[in-house]
Design a protein around this ligand. Structure first.
Ligand SMILES: *Cc1c(COP(=O)(O)O)cnc(C)c1O
Length: 455
């Protein structure tokens, strides 16, 4: 699965050849601009930085808090009823209905977090001891932890240079016990759902979409969350819209929805879901409490109205940066399966090696632009507690089956993921960057890129 690794010299030769070619044969504009930019001294080497005041992104949702959030939350205070079941006009219900309509699914249930949404979705899919679930090796802990908490066995697949699960590495991980694939859309980039769906159909597997880091993202015209069997998102502060914490489960399947509702509320089915699901079709079962309160519902109802505004602003800003650097010779960007549906959270370049990536990020920061490696996730198989398969009890079912005992995590199970995660890096975008900010980002990336890579 590994892409062929190139030595530094080979890389510089390739880039160098491309640079020379474009300087000699490019249009006049490109030639002049590449030629003069080339001579600029980097801030990291004592040159003048592009910006005096450093530029960085902030949490997206809170930047859009306004009178609507204030009004909604005051209404909950005035009602004296912060618990959703004991009132009419539930804010949480209104949020769920608006969110389901936005994403294009029949059902949505609000829960306390993305993590508890995952637990409810796994319960809906009836995943438990003896089952295996495939997930990307680079993602947030919750995808692994909730599978273990369900008693099932997490099996990692590699990510590719989109930083999402590599569809070509899924089939090798399937066994007769595999029950589901968690298709995670990370740092604003949609997972490549078409090949994943095809594999799932072929092997009769369920797809759980985790679009926590891509709320509002689309794939081939459909919103993430509406493509797999069931979807989950988080509304923690780092996500597109937020109430600080919160989550949701979405689906078109009434049975999966009923199980998710029961899983989130001590196995019960209360109004209005009892009515909307025709009284319910499955018996209750042992479950937890992941219920969303009315304060969270009120904020999310208001935030939901800003979702397209946030996504469109992000996409517009990212497109401008991409256009501003598109002519850089040898440029390799983070891969995406759908540029239109991608949220545009990152402008990440593929630098080929960790050393060059880190050098690039350091130089960009010196220019006054905050620059980052991939974030918001971890390479899970090399996390110590995962590598050691630590659980709350030594007899935990996940690792007591022959498969659970045999499975080996650690760096051997995800060399491609480690490589990709170390090669990529760049700028994390903000919906409220101004045109001047965008100009500075473009200027800084061009300056550092040409200084590093042009010969
Ligand atoms: C944030 C996140 C979660 C968990 O959400 P919480 O609300 O923090 O529990 C799950 N999956 C992914 C991909 C996430 O980014």
């Amino acid at each position: 699965m590994n892409e062929p690794k190139r030595t530094r010299r080979q890389f510089l030769e390739t880039v160098g050849a491309a640079t020379t070619a474009s300087i000699i044969t490019g249009t006049d504009g490109a030639r002049t601009s590449l030629g003069t930019e080339n001579k600029e001294k980097l801030a990291i080497d004592g040159g003048t930085p592009v910006r005096k005041t450093p530029l960085g992104y902030q949490a997206y949702g809170p930047q859009f808090y306004n009178e609507v959030e204030k009004r909604e939350i005051l209404e909950v205070l005035d009602s004296k009823k912060p618990f959703r079941w004991w009132k009419s006009g539930s804010k949480t219900l209104e949020f769920e209905q608006a969110y389901a309509a936005h994403i294009g699914v029949k059902y949505a249930i609000g829960v306390t977090s993305g993590t508890t949404a995952l637990s409810a979705a796994l319960a809906a899919l009836e995943i438990g001891p003896g089952d295996e679930v495939i997930l990307p090796a680079w993602t947030w802990y919750a995808d692994y932890d909730t599978v273990v908490l369900a008693g099932a066995l997490p099996v990692f697949a590699e990510v590719d240079s989109s930083l999402n699960i590599d569809p070509t590495d899924i089939e090798a991980r399937i066994t007769p016990r595999t029950k589901a694939i968690i298709a995670v859309s990370l740092q604003g980039c949609p997972a490549d759902m078409a090949p994943i769906l095809e594999i799932a159909r072929k092997h009769k597997l369920r797809i759980l979409e985790d679009f926590s880091q891509c709320v509002g993202g689309r794939y081939r015209g459909k919103y993430l969350g509406s493509i797999g069997d069931i979807g989950i998102s988080s509304f923690q502060q780092g996500k597109t819209i937020t109430a600080g914490e919160g989550g949701a489960v979405v689906t078109n399947d009434p049975i999966l929805f009923e199980r998710a509702v029961r899983a989130h509320d001590v196995g019960s089915l209360r109004s209005p879901y009892k009515e909307s699901l025709g009284g319910g079709r499955i018996p209750g079962f042992a479950a937890s409490n992941f219920r969303m309160n009315e304060f969270t519902g009120a904020i999310l109802k208001a935030q939901e109205q800003d979702l397209e505004t946030i996504c469109n602003a992000l996409r517009r800003n990212t497109r401008k940066v991409r256009e501003g650097i598109a002519d850089l010779p040898g440029l390799k960007m983070r891969k995406t399966p759908d540029l239109e549906g991608d949220l545009g959270v990152t402008v990440f370049l593929d630098h080929g090696t960790r050393q060059r990536r880190d050098q690039f990020l350091r130089a960009l920061r010196a220019e006054g632009i905050s620059a980052s490696p991939p974030g918001g996730s971890a390479i899970l198989p090399i996390d110590e507690r995962i590598e050691k398969k630590v659980t709350v009890h030594p007899d935990w079912p996940s690792f007591n089956t022959p498969q659970g005992k045999a499975i080996r995590y650690g760096s051997e199970c995800c060399p491609q993921t480690i490589d990709v995660q170390q090669r990529l890096g760049g700028v994390i975008m903000d919906p409220n960057f101004t045109d001047d900010d965008i100009t500075d980002i473009v200027k800084a990336i061009r300056k550092v890129y040409l200084a590093m890579y042009a010969v």
